[in-house]
Unconditional design. Structure first.
Length: 161
């Protein structure tokens, strides 16, 4: 595995990781509802302002804290705060990946509830204009075919009007 290095002293990593762990696991964390029993997940919620509608929900994270097996980023358009939709979705995907299933009945119910949510606005109906064609249009659409030589002596058919 190729590792990439950044020019940041590693002593700064643990305070950042501690904060990411608290965001998911501490009682005051913005993603506390996304905590997974038996897995220490670290993450950061975010809210992206949207001048044309509801804000976007964002979450990035990894798990488990020590020796991570998964890194994840989730963006849910028009879903509000990061802890509302993106963080729970990330935690369900992480749990499914690491444990091979969603273990808690209450979390399985949350997954089902989440699947039924529609956070995107209903798109406007397209304006379709139907073209009317004259009755004699079949004569105009008749196609003449020509056979043209190709460099390798294989004949090719093209359509011309």
């Amino acid at each position: 595995v190729k590792k990439n290095y950044v020019g940041v002293d590693t002593r700064h990593f643990n305070p950042v990781i501690d904060g990411m762990q608290d965001a998911v696991n501490a009682p005051w964390g913005t993603a506390i509802a996304s905590r997974i029993d038996g897995i220490v997940m670290c993450g950061k919620t975010g809210t992206v302002q949207n001048p044309r509608g509801k804000n976007h929900s964002v979450f990035i994270g990894f798990a488990p804290r020590d020796n991570p097996k998964i890194a994840i980023a989730v963006i849910v358009e028009n879903a509000g705060y990061g802890g509302s939709y993106a963080a729970p979705i990330a935690s369900y995907l992480t749990e499914k990946y690491l444990k091979d299933s969603i273990t808690s009945p209450s979390r399985r119910a949350e997954v089902e509830w989440m699947k039924n949510q529609v956070v995107l606005p209903t798109p406007p109906k397209p304006k379709i204009k139907l073209k009317t064609t004259p009755a004699d249009s079949a004569k105009k659409d008749s196609i003449e075919k020509k056979i043209l030589p190709r460099p390798n002596n294989i004949k090719q058919t093209i359509s011309t009007r």
